[in-house]
Design a protein around this ligand. Structure first.
Ligand code: ASP
Length: 445
């Protein structure tokens, strides 16, 4: 049995947190492949090591002497404190000196990615030593293509070449957030990308479980800034996770799910500060059926959509109408999120960032399609109610709309995915938080 355990930045923010992490790892001999982030914030006004490293990179364009900048000292002091608290002997100044030496030889873009990755690198060296595990640098086996995406084949080959599976027997620590491209340059994943490394390591090793340790008790049913005591989701499937994440839930990037999803490796999101809590289990097929008391899995949403709605008498008989609208969108390079239709009307829902710079799109559609009417609405929020139970429990949509109606929230859009695992509702941005709370309170008692 092998568990890959990835620990996030707040779980590793200082020596005390790292000691907790070591306790968690030592408690289960199956936790033999560890992936670490760089130290994150110790308190809300603190700075993440990765942000400090990026600040050095901002200055790297204009100054030669990197030591002149206070950030170098801030970073070395933080790592030295960690090393001291763990009772280790590691010459952080020496290692950081070597890093800066290399930075001075790289062009600005490569220097930025290389620097950004060094928080994970240093943290992995420290944690490997504290655990007595082997430090395996991500650049030894995680290969990325020219677009910075995970190259599965080269990674698997490289892992085999360095004997990763054998090394795991005695325990390994791998720095998260980066890999190496075909030109052997260090390339980082998008921010928060240590999750991706955790998934890659899990996939390469065919782990039995990918544990993702964070500072929250698993994945919450909705955004805690809207519902402060939001419940933890105990189990969900990959599709529910994808829908929630896509609609704004701050869980995993898609990239961090695909490597494990392909191999059906379950993900367990856990809380470092409450290791007794089972957290959230994400699996291919959930066997933990939501019950009638709470038949939904979660609620996520995003603000700032634009909706272009058009109507024309007998639109339903006109062959090619939708295709021509889609061609205009394609020519304009705009991707849309949803396209609800009725007999004589059609709406296109576009996210704010897609619509930016394309403000002439509605008038182009109006001129070329000549609908009887065309209305453009901005400032629309989409809220997605997700739950695999919707397929067999009737009345869920009724409860959602009943609750919104009682709260006098005007629903502007209704859409249900063909998989019947979600209901999407459009409301004004000003109703977004309230509508989310109302739906949550309807189902969670
Ligand atoms: N340290 C990186 C960040 O702050 C990556 C990570 O923590 O996953 O985004």
């Amino acid at each position: 049995m092998l568990r890959v355990a990835k620990f996030g930045g707040t779980s590793l923010a200082n020596g005390a947190q790292i000691k907790k992490v070591i306790g968690i790892i030592k408690k289960d001999p199956c936790r033999r492949a560890i992936v670490v982030s760089a130290p994150g914030k110790r308190h809300p006004r603190d700075q993440k090591i990765t942000d400090l490293l990026l600040r050095i990179s901002d200055h790297n364009h204009t100054r030669n002497d990197l030591h002149e900048i206070g950030y170098v000292d801030m970073i070395t002091v933080r790592f030295e404190e960690i090393v001291k608290e763990l009772g280790l002997e590691i010459d952080i100044k020496q290692i950081f000196g070597d890093i800066l030496e290399k930075v001075s030889k790289l062009g600005p873009l490569l220097a930025r990615e290389y620097l950004a990755s060094r928080g994970e690198y240093l943290n992995a060296i420290i944690i490997a030593k504290a655990l007595g595990f082997e430090f395996i640098d991500a650049d030894e086996f995680i290969h990325l293509d020219e677009k910075g995406r995970y190259d599965q084949k080269r990674t698997a080959n490289a892992a085999q070449k360095i004997g990763l599976v054998e090394k795991v027997e005695k325990g390994i620590v791998v720095p998260g957030f980066y890999g190496i491209d075909a030109q052997e340059n260090i390339r980082t994943f998008p921010r928060g990308g240590s999750d991706i490394t955790g998934a890659i390591v899990s996939a390469v090793l065919h782990a039995d479980m990918y544990e993702n340790w964070t500072d929250k008790p698993g994945v919450l049913m909705t955004d805690p800034s809207i519902v402060p005591d939001a419940r933890t989701i105990s189990q969900m499937n990959y599709s529910e996770l994808r829908e929630l994440t896509y609609m704004g839930a701050n869980v995993f990037q898609d990239e961090a799910v695909f490597p494990v999803r392909e191999l059906d490796i379950p993900i367990n999101v856990r809380d470092t500060n409450n290791p007794g809590h089972p957290g959230t289990l994400i699996v291919a097929k959930s066997n933990d059926e939501p019950n009638n008391l709470c038949p939904i899995t979660g609620i996520a949403g995003r603000k700032n959509f634009t909706v272009i709605s058009m109507s024309r008498a007998l639109m339903n008989q006109e062959i090619g109408f939708v295709r021509r609208v889609c061609s205009i969108m394609e020519e304009e390079g705009v991707s849309f999120e949803h396209m609800p239709t009725s007999i004589d009307s059609l709406s296109i829902i576009i996210s704010g960032d897609q619509f930016a710079g394309k403000e002439t799109l509605p008038s182009r559609i109006d001129q070329e399609m000549r609908p009887d009417g065309l209305v453009t609405q901005h400032g629309i929020s989409l809220i997605c109610v997700v739950g695999r139970a919707m397929v067999h429990i009737p009345g869920i949509a009724g409860r959602v709309f009943g609750a919104l109606g009682q709260a006098k929230i005007n629903v502007k859009i209704i859409n249900q995915g063909s998989s019947e695992t979600n209901i999407i509702i459009g409301v004004s941005d000003s109703d977004f938080e309230n509508a989310t709370r109302v739906i949550y309170n309807e189902f969670v008692v």
